[in-house]
Design a protein around this ligand. Sequence first.
Ligand SMILES: NC(=O)c1ccc[n+]([C@@H]2O[C@H](COP(=O)([O-])OP(=O)(O)OC[C@H]3O[C@@H](n4cnc5c(N)ncnc54)[C@H](O)[C@@H]3O)[C@@H](O)[C@H]2O)c1
Length: 298
Amino acid sequence: MTIGFNGQVAIVTGAGRGLGRSHAELLAERGATVVVNDVVGADEVEAAINRAGGRAVASDDDISTPAGAASLVQRAAEEFGGVQILINNAGVGRFTTLDLASIDEYELVRRSGLDGTFYVTREVWPLMTAAKYGRIVVTTSGNGLLGNPASVTYAIAKAGVYGLMRAVALDGAEFGIKANALAPMASTPMSTEFVSPDMAEMLRVEFPTSLVSPIVAVLASEQCPVSGYTFDAGGGRIGITFQGTNAGFYDRDMTPESILSSWDSVVSRADFVEFASGYESLSMVAASRERALVGIGE
Ligand SMILES: NC(=O)c1ccc[n+]([C@@H]2O[C@H](COP(=O)([O-])OP(=O)(O)OC[C@H]3O[C@@H](n4cnc5c(N)ncnc54)[C@H](O)[C@@H]3O)[C@@H](O)[C@H]2O)c1
């Protein structure tokens, strides 16, 4: 089965360098018309794609503002008649502990990574719902999904886009829109200070195809098998990060002390379920009651 994007329009934010450039080049190589968005470097990537026989236009809109996001999407809609693929990749990393995290740092990281993802996704939404088709990727991080030391502002932005993706995946189902998250690992200017030279070599980003971009092409494709998933990818490995809800401890007469004395059940990972939504997870309470009633009956 071949994945191709002929006749499709893709917006890739933050595509002036790094992973965004790699995603843009792979999508273009596979036939997409790509809107290469970045506040720096978009023209160069546009030229490289067009030179290689692909089709790209550059946008230097700052997606951290509602006006910049609107201008980016309007341009794509007016010039190409629609947007089938949105790769939210733009982001800024700052890595500090809470005592050193300034409000300015927080604003910068949140505005580019989280607000920008919200603004651009919100702008493509009416186009995709009207067309009853869309593929949306957000770029999260192990920092936001799992946490890392000294990454508090970045973790907030990256956890935020995860929540956005989960909600959009649910809202998009009836419109043929699929949304998924990517947690990449790659040697780029953003990451090199945190990894050993060996690891940096393993996570090298090459153009047109980094070891992260192929999964982006899958998630952007008509064949994309899932929505609401989070993929971690880098250095040749692709997998998922997921959340489970355990059976837990059930007792209608619980007290702080009974919780502590049943701690093993509260935190046990022996028996867990993955829920598609927060509402669905409420069924865990009913299931616990059911189990308790059966227990009483015995
Ligand atoms: N490299 C990694 O290992 C890694 C790990 C986890 C997550 N990520 C995420 O992957 C994405 C790409 O990372 P990268 O390593 O290629 O980073 P990078 O810094 O090389 O590229 C990010 C690009 O986004 C652009 N950008 C930032 N704010 C923008 C805005 N407001 N409007 C338009 N463009 C903007 C920047 O100019 C830059 O070119 C980011 O969201 C990053 O947080 C990267």
